[in-house]
Design a protein around this ligand. Sequence first.
Ligand SMILES: [Zn+2]
Length: 67
Amino acid sequence: MSGIQDPKPEARIVRCPTCGGDSVFAASNQWRPFCSQRCRQIDLGAWASESFSLEASPPVEDDSLPH
Ligand SMILES: [Zn+2]
């Protein structure tokens, strides 16, 4: 008599931010929302390099200040 199947909210499929593939967004996936450890490290590495380049840029505003 039961025609409705219970959904499983614990297992959600999301898109991996790094490779765009399917990633299991669940407690079993410790790399979520990434699909794997590799994709997670790639994303963190890209973010770190961007932050580093911003910090490495010379302070050009200091040159426009009047003495
Ligand atoms: Zn991925």
